[in-house]
Design a binder for this molecule. Structure first.
Ligand code: BTN
Length: 332
């Protein structure tokens, strides 16, 4: 496992960034940061090794020409300022079994709310209902956040819906407005799945210890690289729009929306989450087939979303049922 935590590399990068391609002298960097010129040069080289294209010239200094699309803490951290994720532990890993597993372990050890775990590769990525999750190195967005909900455990059933709304709103803000939410938290484009959310929590009888929200999104995944079993049902932003997307920007947009929702949610106010979820739902008003956790199948019309996050189903028999778990398929 390799995790990076930025030191003086981050302020060097930020200074180069804010110079917007202009030269920054090694002398001014070393004076401003109170370190030697050699220490600056070492970190400039480390940034190059990470994929940043930095030109250096005698008597001119250094200038940043290009940034890699890798979710290094140096790239992501500054974007999260002003949210609960800013200034919190940010773990980036080339590879880990599952960001949810790691975030849960950090949470058990006392990691604060806002701790973020991002991976380029998951060797045992987990989906809902015991399924695996496919992600492609460099192209997918796979991350988990640690939360400490000051809520009763039952209210946390709304967190997956909150996450789905944050994803949809974040994508919308960046100009992609064609995503929809299938109850409870699949992010779809048309009938294909763009992303999934896995929320897990540890609670006592009436108190939540911690929750982890894991999100996986197919961003720049070439459609032909999906494994056979999901080739017909998965999609990516790039496949849908014909261009690539900067993953750090997508992550920032999602986390900013999530942060705003959480501000309200931690005061037990979910009205905006519910409203946005309903507005983005592709489930409500559709005929669905539901598969309950005990294996029972039901058919009916998805009428509404209950304020608890349950799906209100009108069965073909006329009976009204509340779904709190399981999953649905559309247009049954
Ligand atoms: C689903 O739709 O079944 C949920 C998929 C959730 C996948 C994400 S990727 C990041 C985080 N780590 C995991 O192991 N799973 C979630």
């Amino acid at each position: 496992m390799r995790a990076t935590q930025p030191g003086i590399r981050q302020p060097i990068l930020e200074t180069l960034r804010s110079a917007q391609g202009r030269w920054v002298s090694g002398e001014s960097l070393s004076v401003d940061l109170g370190v030697s010129r050699a220490a600056v040069s070492k970190q400039i080289q480390a940034l190059r090794d990470m994929g940043f294209v930095i030109e250096s010239a005698r008597r001119k200094g250094h200038r940043l020409l290009e940034e890699p699309d890798v979710l290094f803490p140096e790239s992501v951290g500054p974007r999260l300022r002003g949210t609960r994720f800013g200034g919190k532990p940010l773990h980036w890993l080339e590879s880990t079994p599952s960001t949810n597993d790691l975030a849960l372990a950090f949470a058990r050890e006392g990691a604060p709310e806002g701790t973020l775990v991002i991976a380029e590769v998951q060797t045992a990525g987990r989906g809902r209902r015991g399924r695996s999750w496919f992600g492609k190195a460099g192209d997918s967005l796979m991350f988990s956040v640690v939360l400490r909900p000051p809520l009763e455990p039952a209210r946390c059933a709304l967190l997956p819906l909150l996450a789905a709304s944050a994803v949809r709103m974040g994508l919308g803000e960046l100009g992609f407005s064609r995503s929809g939410i299938k109850w409870p938290n699949d992010v779809l484009v048309g009938k294909r799945k763009l992303g999934g959310i896995l929320c897990e929590m540890s609670s006592e009888f009436d108190r939540v210890e911690h929750a982890v929200m894991g999100i996986g999104l197919n961003i720049n995944t070439p459609p032909e690289s999906f494994p056979d079993d999901i080739a017909e049902t998965a999609c990516s932003l790039r496949g849908e729009t014909g261009r690539s997307w900067e993953r750090a920007r997508v992550l920032e947009a999602i986390l900013r929306h999530m942060d705003r929702y959480l501000l309200e949610a931690w005061e037990n106010r979910f009205d905006r989450v519910l409203r946005d979820w309903r507005a983005g739902s592709v489930t409500l008003g559709s005929r669905v087939q539901a598969l309950l956790p005990d294996g029972t199948r039901l058919q009916g019309m998805a009428e509404n979303l209950d304020p608890s996050g349950a799906l209100v189903l009108r069965l073909d028999t006329g009976e009204r049922r509340l779904l709190t778990g399981g999953e649905i398929s559309l247009n049954a």
